[in-house]
Design a protein around this ligand. Structure first.
Ligand code: 5GP
Length: 187
């Protein structure tokens, strides 16, 4: 499966659709930041679910400012989260993977799943054959997160790859989203 330098990988799991994976060339930004107004549904997962078109502009701005350090291998905020130097709301953790709640959630459930050892995986576009195991572990951890969060029947896994896809943190991470009706196409 080819992944271009600025692309978004979307994995969707809907009980009715049964689709497994798609690699999508990103020509503009993305499912949750194109200006779509999101209806807030009653839920128990998160009290920080924010609905705003402003988020789209914030994410683009964050991605553009992150572009200056994009893919340099510089430490990121996620190193501090892994080291527990700054707090995070951890949902799942094992030897290789950490999953914690997104600080700016775009759905009632929005969890980031990251490898504890970055090993060059600043972005999916840098994946090498040696990363195959950890990539599988990240996907499996995403499923565990969905199960723990009670969204196994309908959730989405997103990887923003590169500036055009609004990647803002250069440590590979999977967004696991659910808890509301997600739209398709994402935008
Ligand atoms: P990206 O835009 O690179 O795909 O996703 C990076 C995500 O990391 C953003 O959605 C951003 O809100 C989130 N993020 C950035 N800093 C922190 C933080 O300190 N804690 C948490 N939980 N999430 C963060």
């Amino acid at each position: 499966m080819a992944v271009t330098s600025s692309s978004m990988l979307l994995l969707r799991n809907f009980s009715t659709a049964g689709r497994v994976a798609q690699s999508v060339r990103a020509t503009s930004r993305i499912c949750f930041s194109t200006g779509e107004l999101i209806r807030v549904l009653p839920h128990t997962h998160s009290t920080r679910f924010i609905s705003s078109t402003r988020a789209a502009h914030n994410e683009e701005a964050a991605a553009k400012s992150a572009a200056a350090v994009a893919d340099t291998g510089a430490p990121t905020i996620f190193d501090k989260i892994i080291a527990k130097e700054i707090p995070s709301d951890i949902v799942y953790e094992d030897e290789n993977v950490l999953a914690f709640r997104e600080i700016n959630p775009q759905a009632p459930v929005h969890v980031l799943v990251i490898p504890k050892l970055r090993d060059g995986l600043t972005m999916l576009g840098n994946a090498e054959p040696r990363h195959v195991d950890v990539l599988g572990q990240l996907l499996h951890a995403s499923k565990i997160v969905a199960e723990k969060e009670g969204i196994l029947d309908g959730f989405r896994v997103v990887i923003n790859n590169g500036v055009e896809a609004c990647q803002s943190v250069y440590h590979l991470h999977l967004h696991v989203l659910g808890g509301r009706q997600l739209k398709w196409p994402p935008g």
